[in-house]
Each structure stands twice: as C-alpha cells, then as structure tokens.
Design a protein. Structure first.
Lengths: 469, 178
C-alpha cells in the first residue's frame, strides 16, 4: 500500500474492549498537517485572543505576587497569618498543593511511559508543562516561608565559618534534596524529550531569529537511526528513574507531617494518601489545561474524547482510593485509643475549620464521583468544571490539614485560632498567576504537543504498510 | 581550487518501508557506513544499522557513585564533622540517611542519562553537511533519507549513485563534506 492510500486511513483500529470509544488520533491526520498544526502554535505571527487574555490576566496576578513578595521581604513573615502554634498555614498548604499538581504531570510523562500507554503521547508534553510550572510555584513557598530568603543556602551542607551543618535526620532536609532532584530531573527529561520537536520547529521557522533560537536548542538533531535509538533508550531510562522519584518526592513531603508527633499527622497512611491525592490534583489540572487548549487552539483531532475519558478515569480511580483513606482515618484514630487523635477527627468535622473539611469532602471526594457517568467524562465543559472543583477541593484539604492539627494539638491552653491575611491571599492567587504565566509562555514558545510521538500513532508510521499489530 | 571531499551519497525515499528496504539492500550489498534519517524512530532499522552505546553502564556507575557520595556526605557530617544527639539516635543513624542517599542516586543517574545520551548521539553539532540538501528539512516532518558515507571503504561516488538510483528513490544527491 502506498503513502497516499494509507493517509486516508484512520488511526489504528480499536482493540477489544475499546468499541464505541474515540480514537487516539482523529482520522485525517497526516505527517504533514500534524507537524504544521503543532509548530504553527509557536510560529504563527498572529497571536490568538484567548492566549492574550489568559497570559495578560496571569501576568497581572504575577505582578500582585511580586508586590506581595516585596512586602513580605520588607516587613517580614509577620505579614502572613502564621504564628505559633499554627506556624505552617498558607505557605506550606500552597507548597504541598503545587507539588501535587506537578506530580500529576510526571505521572503521565514517566509512569504511563513505562506502561507503554500510547494515548499519553498526545498530552505528555502538556503534562510536563504543568509539572514545570507547578514546580516553579512550589519551590517558591518554602523559601518565602523561611522569612530571610537571602540566606536560604544555610539549609545546604557546605563548609562555613559558623561550623554548623544541616540535620540529616530531619525530613525537612530530605525535602530540600527531594525537591531539588525532582526539579532538575523534570527539566532534563522535558528538554531531552523535546529535542526532535525543536528540530521540527527549526526546519519550519522562516524568520531568522526563531530559526537561530530553535536551531541552537535543537542541537543539530538530524533524526539519524542512531539518534533515535539512543533517544528512545534515554527516554525509558529517565522514565524508569523518574517513576520512583515521583513517588518518593511526595512521600518525603508527607514525612514532613507524618514524622512529627502532632495528632492527625502522625500516621503511617500519609505517604500513599499524599501520593494518591497528588495524582488526583495533578491529573485534574492537566485535564483543565488540555480541555481549554484543545478547544481554543483547535486540537480536537489530537487530544480526542478518548484522552478526556482516560484522564477522567484516572481521576475517578484516585478519588475512590482517597475516599477509602478518609473512611479509615476516623477508624484508625478511634482504634488507636489516643484521645488527641480522636479529638482531631472531631475537630476537623465539627471544629472552627469544619467548613474546609466539608468543602474538601464535597468538592474533592464528591466531585469526581460524577465521573461514574460516561457523559460527564466525555463532555469537555462538564469535565472541566469537575476538574476545577477537584483542584479547589484539594487545596482545601491541604489547608484543613495544617490548621486543624496545629491549631488544636495537645494542651487546650496552647491552642490558638488562625486567620489568613491579605498577604496570604495575595501570595496564593499570585502563585496561580505565576503558574499560568509560565505555562502559557511555554505554550506559545515551544512545541507543547509531542509531534514525534504523535507521528508514531499514525498508521503511516508502521512499517509493513499501515496495518497494525 | 581543489575538489571538495565528498561526505556521501544521499537518497530520499517516499516512506519508511522504502527506507527500510533500501537500508537492508545497502547493507546486503556490502556497504558498512550507512545511516538512515527519519522523522520518528523506526525500530526495525536498529537491526539493519547496528550501533553501540554505553548508556546503561554509565548510568549505573553514576548511580552507584551518587549513592556513595550521598551516604558518606551525611555520615561525614552527622557522625564526624557536626555530631549531634538527635532523639538518642546513634551518630551513624543510617535508616535516616536512606532518603537523601536515594535522591542522590537518582540525581546522579538522571544527569548521566542526559549527558551520555548527548555524547553518544554526537550532539550538539549545530552544522552538518547533510543540512545542505535542499529537502533535508523534511526529515523532521515526513522525509526519509539514506546516506552511504564516503568513509566507507567500498565507497565510489558513481557506483553508489547508481546503486541508490536502483532502489526507486525520490531523488539522489551527492553531498560534499565542507
């Protein structure tokens, strides 16, 4: 069968159990129009109004954050609502929330890569964009929470005249190493994976400046069979390294809590509970971004209903696991016989911050249950709304975890209430601006759909003539 | 003016099947320095055009080195340079050191994958003689190219051109090395 005949074919035929589902790539996509469609997003001189609106709003929020950081550095951490006993509130809740969102993107790019899930090819670059933007926000909050940001390097082991060194038995130090490794590994994986697509950008750039920039970034990629073999091998190795890294990074974040003796935190269920919640929140954010961008940039032939359906199923599965954990939390605290643990459960559900608990239960646990209905999984508007509710709900959960456990721990005389200040809110909403600024900047400047991986989904790419094994 | 040295003889093909068949034919007729260029990985080509790398051993060695460095950094600081009594733990409280040891294994391994991949791919190499072929831009879109390189002992321009023409290519180019 010759090329022009095969190009008329749809993507691969459905496997057993997939009848009635949309294809991974819509019919009619060829090499030529695929490359043109994706490279046009950064290369087209005309900037879509949707992008300008989103990027503009995001940069305004980013300016708010910059102002809030300036005030924080000028005045000190007293401008935030944190105080003893609630020393961790908004900054750490934001930090955990952003790390969760980043982790969800890594799931698509590394874990599903190892499982050879070809549907992820269309959205893994986008998910990695979410990861990088999320890490940018997450990395900022522990620094701001330090107060004296300019001496953050005191947390690192280096020879110094004070002869003081980090305390390696503390999970907070583990976290420094974990987040640093995770950020660097994510950036290297993302860039290495993008080199063939940067070559596509280089070869289609007509203006001099984009040609030079993409040419340098593509490092002279020629698509030689040797290049591809090493590229694929490196991809598998990196995915294999990132998979345990992703799990340990969020496990270490949960150790920040679980290794403390505070009631409601000191629990062995925390690592799986945090990782599962992270996948739920992260996949929800990826889903929101995928839905918005496929509609506004006309990518419905590459990000199909099948992707939305699969993302929704991941959300549903992780939310069911989270429900199990939330059912068992009261049981384990009752079974422990510890009055402080039992009081914390009561305090969460009926104390002054009960609204955060019930907001999470309603949005984070209840919201995804709507995905049991298949029309909610494939209708982009409904799925976007549900994913949004989950992302909000997961923030409520992290906030609830901070304020209920720290505010009322052991001695009632040491209890205190917590109230967020304008500074806290400015930093939270500003960080959303930072996230969207980074994400939309990447979207407009780099190929945010993996072109060479989608090419491999086309029937044309199968040697032996369009037939599929 | 001296005649420039040839880099090789290049043929463009219509699709992956023709490229694969051409690569097989070139190897069968005795050419050893053959390279295929395609817009996506073609696994069957790896058997036709063998190549080698040391990615896995390099990554393994870096991971082991990272683990040793990670653990002994902590041991050195917590037990020798700055010993502190934390919750009555022994100074060499190795279970508490496992997390950072693991993170350092991953950090070193990931950096090794990145740099070893670029090393064995021969990148960055911003300029290459093949970029002078007018349609070579298609290699990152829908172009399939096969190059018989001049450093092959059996390379003889006219004969290589005749051979490539016999494989039903779209076009054949002679590429100079500079």
């Amino acid at each position: 069968m010759r090329v022009h005949e095969r190009q008329r074919e749809t993507a691969r035929p459905l496997r057993a159990g997939e009848e009635g589902q949309a294809a991974v790539v819509a019919p009619g996509v060829t090499f030529k129009n695929l490359t043109g469609q994706i490279t046009a997003i950064p290369l087209q001189p005309h900037v879509p109004a949707f992008w300008i609106a989103c990027f503009g709003a995001a940069t305004v929020a980013l300016c708010v954050m910059a102002a809030a950081i300036a005030i924080l550095l000028d005045v000190g951490v007293g401008t935030m609502g944190n105080n003893i006993p609630v020393a961790w509130a908004f900054p750490i809740a934001n930090y955990v929330w952003w790390i969760e969102i980043a982790v969800g993107g890594s799931l698509l790019s590394s874990i599903l890569h190892l499982f050879n899930q070809s549907w992820r090819n269309s959205i893994n670059r986008l998910a990695e964009g979410v990861t990088l933007s999320g890490i940018a926000c997450a990395g900022l909050f522990p620094l701001l929470h330090l107060g004296r940001v300019w001496i953050f390097y005191w947390t690192l082991p280096y020879p110094n005249t004070l002869t003081i060194q980090p305390q390696f038995r503390s999970p907070l130090v583990w976290d420094v190493f974990g987040i640093f490794t995770y950020a660097l590994a994510s950036i290297l994986f993302w860039y290495l994976d993008m080199i063939p697509d940067l070559a596509s950008m280089r070869d289609r750039a007509t203006a001099r400046l984009p040609y030079l920039v993409y040419g340098i970034l593509a490092l002279g990629w020629r698509g030689a069979s040797r290049h591809w073999r090493i590229h694929e091998k490196a991809g598998i190795l990196l995915a294999g390294l990132l998979t345990p890294l992703v799990f340990t990074v969020h496990t270490v974040v949960s150790f920040d809590f679980a290794i403390a003796l505070v009631p409601g935190w000191h629990s062995t269920i925390f690592p799986p509970y945090f990782v599962d919640g992270a996948i739920l929140a992260g996949i929800s954010m990826v889903t929101m971004m995928a839905i918005a961008l496929r509609a506004k940039f006309d990518l419905k032939n590459i990000i199909t209903e099948r992707h939305l359906n699969n993302l929704a199923k991941v959300m549903l599965t992780t939310s069911v696991i989270l429900c199990y954990i939330y059912v068992f939390e009261p049981f384990t605290s009752w079974y422990s016989g510890d009055p402080y643990e039992m009081y914390t459960v009561h305090n969460r559900a009926a104390g002054p911050f009960a609204w955060t608990y019930w907001a999470f239960v309603l949005l984070g646990l209840g919201g995804p249950q709507l995905l049991w209905w298949s029309r909610n999984r494939t209708n982009p508007k409904r799925l976007f709304l549900i994913a949004f509710l989950v992302v909000v709900g997961m923030w409520e959960e992290r906030y609830m975890l901070m304020v209920t456990s720290l505010g009322r721990d052991f001695m009632p005389s040491a209890w205190a209430n917590y109230a967020a200040t304008a500074e806290d809110n400015a930093l939270l909403y500003g960080s959303i601006g930072l996230f969207l600024t980074v994400f939309f900047f990447l979207w407009r400047t780099l190929p945010m759909i993996s072109i060479y991986e989608v090419r491999q989904l086309l029937p044309l790419s199968k040697p032996g003539g369009g037939t599929v094994k | 003016m001296t005649q420039p040295k040839p880099y090789g003889m290049v043929a463009e093909f219509e699709d992956a099947d023709s490229l694969l068949a051409a690569a097989r034919a070139a190897r069968a007729s005795g050419y050893r320095r053959v390279e295929a260029y395609s817009p996506y990985p073609i696994r069957e080509l790896d058997e036709v055009i063998p190549s080698w790398d040391l990615l896995s051993p390099m990554v393994f060695a870096s991971g082991v080195a990272g683990g040793f460095i990670g653990f002994y950094m902590q041991y050195f600081i917590a037990a020798i340079v700055y010993p502190t009594n934390t919750r009555g733990m022994p100074l060499n409280s190795w279970p508490a050191f496992t997390v950072i040891t693991f993170e350092m294994v991953v950090l070193f391994s990931v950096c090794a994958v990145f740099f070893a991949a670029l090393l064995f791919e021969g990148l960055p190499q911003l300029y290459h003689p093949l970029f002078r072929i007018p349609t070579f831009k298609r290699v990152s879109d829908d172009g399939f190219f096969l190059c018989i390189e001049a450093r092959d002992g059996r390379f003889e321009p006219a004969q290589a051109a005749r051979f490539l023409q016999s494989l039903d290519p779209l076009k054949v180019w002679e590429v100079d090395s500079e």
